[in-house]
Design a binder for this molecule. Sequence first.
Ligand code: NCD
Ligand code: ZN
Length: 341
Amino acid sequence: MMKTLTITRPDDWHTHVRNGAILQAVLPHTATQFARAIIMPNLKPPVTTVTQALVYREEILQALPTGANFTPLMTLYLTAATTVEDIKAAAESDAIHAFKLYPAGATTNSDAGVANIATIYPLLAALEKHQLPLLLHGEVTDESCDIFDRERVFIDRHLTTITRDFPSLRVVLEHVTTSEAVQFVVAAGDNVAATITPQHLLFNRNAMLVGGIKPHYYCLPILKRESHRQALINAAISGSAKFFLGTDSAPHTRDLKENSCGCAGCYSAFGALELYTEAFEQADALDKLEGFASFYGADFYRLPRNTDTVTLEKSTWTIPSSYGDITPLKAGETLSWKLIR
Ligand code: NCD
Ligand code: ZN
């Protein structure tokens, strides 16, 4: 008999679905895999106000395939121009679930990000007061800082101070990639959590750099060495409610990835749950997948857990070499679990 795994329907607590043609191409994948998703606001221009987020939310709803049962959870992009009133308005809107902070220049479409965190202290105070989560791209952008150290240095230089000065601020350190990030989150209060991507659970930096440079494995924060991957696996399978699923699925057209200055982002929404299942199975911890994928994120965001289920079967399939203009993670390779659609 075919081996199967049934879990409560999962949610994705960090994804990029873009807009326009890319939205049309990727949203069916996310909506098949997940009941809800935290939608990143790094469009051009960024989504900074409730009004813009509601327009974007409507565009997403319009792009859903007929019959899809999916709820986009909107976020706003925190900039130096954000006001305390913007935060209050977001807190009062049922559609907005968090603010995203990108250090200026950290990654794709982050030019509008914050250059000096000290200048946004009144905004952090407002987020704390309204209990609206702050989602952090936790990397410094300091030119002199080695790219493999940027997450660790962000924690030392900024995150330690932020969590000390705002002890009840709800923080998600997004897409953690290092053992230092895991240690920080474990040691912090229950108001501090982290998302982990499939690529950081499945691959170390060799996947990106050995045998030729592989641009489809280039994302930010960048893949790290094996000992860090092990720390992420241990966090994900620990059963700690501080670590939950966030794909950071970040589609870019192939010409922008396969380029002398290729952009950052891995596209994983097409098979996100299968990728995570593979990682949990390799760690002999399939029994820990449901908490990570379906419970802890909803609990952190103070939303009800989903009540329906999804089933995966143990059967090998080959990932297509492309979805339109987008090359998926592990293109042309196989996965050993398949979501029954
Ligand atoms: C993201 C993107 O493409 O929007 N890229 C990435 O490498 N993760 C931006 C981000 O989340 O850093
Ligand atoms: Zn992201």
